[in-house]
Design a binder for this molecule. Structure first.
Ligand code: GLU
Length: 275
């Protein structure tokens, strides 16, 4: 072995041990406690999950309240960082946020990159169209353009059920909705609760309708980093406690209850584990 190759092997061994070192050390629970702040990745343009309140200019919503509750249980402050469907997984993996609570479906394929909490919200995919458009299902979208968001499950699922449509993927759902208003797409597709939020927060909600049956299941999980099980356990425990002590229902009703513009009956139960 010449001198150069032994130096190369040494550098490689050092790099490997450093990366193993970081992988083994990943303990977000301890990190968050010692820095005194939970950095949460949330949406900033998805009503009513994560969006900017017009009056206070603060980020608010269902996901925001869930994160605030977790921070409270940790005894730390919260810092909210906006993420999009496309940036949330890279931002979490790169350590820019401690967790990602952002209308994110737990998919087995996403499990290759990050880990997820237990399911904390249950939904499915539908279509939002202009009232009277004649579109009643994805079957009516052959040869038509459909708007969705980059990095979402929605942009992929629609092509599975309707390969003959063209998907235009935008930065976020408000942009897809704008394209619908401008007649550039015939429908917006994503989780029904996001469509309820778009319709319910529009100036003229009566102009839009959510149509068709669910054509994909969308169970939401809170994203955490791979191999960070102390933290994932803490997040799961927090969700279970919230469900059992009624905090979850309070947050749910605040954003999605019958007195809101985004009413969606709670029809599923969280999978809770006994003590
Ligand atoms: N829940 C779906 C997903 O995780 C669609 C909503 C979103 O883009 O956040 O991709």
């Amino acid at each position: 072995m010449n001198r150069l190759s032994s130096v190369l092997i040494l550098v490689l061994a050092l790099a490997l041990s450093m990366s193993f070192g970081t992988a083994l050390k990943a303990d977000t629970l301890e990190d968050v406690k010692s820095k005194g702040v939970l950095v949460a990745g949330v949406k900033d343009a998805v009503v009513p999950f994560g969006f900017v309140d017009e009056k206070s200019k603060e980020l608010v919503g269902f996901d925001v309240d869930i994160c605030k509750e977790i921070a409270k249980k940790l005894g730390v402050d919260i810092e909210l960082k906006p993420v999009t469907s496309a940036t949330r997984i890279p931002k979490l993996s790169q350590g820019m946020v401690d967790l990602a609570a952002c209308t994110m479906t737990h998919k087995l394929s996403r499990d290759d990159v990050i880990d997820f909490s237990i399911t904390y919200f249950m939904d499915g995919q539908k279509l939002l169209v202009k009232k009277g458009s004649g579109i009643n299902s994805y079957k009516d979208l052959a040869g038509k353009k459909v708007g969705s968001a980059k990095g979402s499950t929605s942009e992929k699922n629609i092509k599975v059920v309707q390969p003959d449509c063209t998907v235009l993927s935008f930065e976020g759902y408000p942009q897809a909705f704008l394209a619908l208003k401008q007649g550039k797409v015939s429908a917006v597709t994503t989780d029904s609760v996001i469509l309820i939020g778009l319709k319910g927060s529009d100036d003229k909600p009566e102009m839009w309708e959510i149509v068709g049956d669910f054509f994909a299941n969308e169970p939401y999980g809170i994203g955490v980093r791979e191999n960070d099980s102390n933290f994932r356990d803490f997040v799961n425990r927090s969700l279970i406690e919230m469900w059992n002590d009624g905090t979850y229902k309070k947050i749910y009703d605040k954003w999605l209850g019958p007195d809101t513009k985004y009413y969606m009956p709670l029809t599923w139960e969280m999978e809770t584990f006994p003590e």
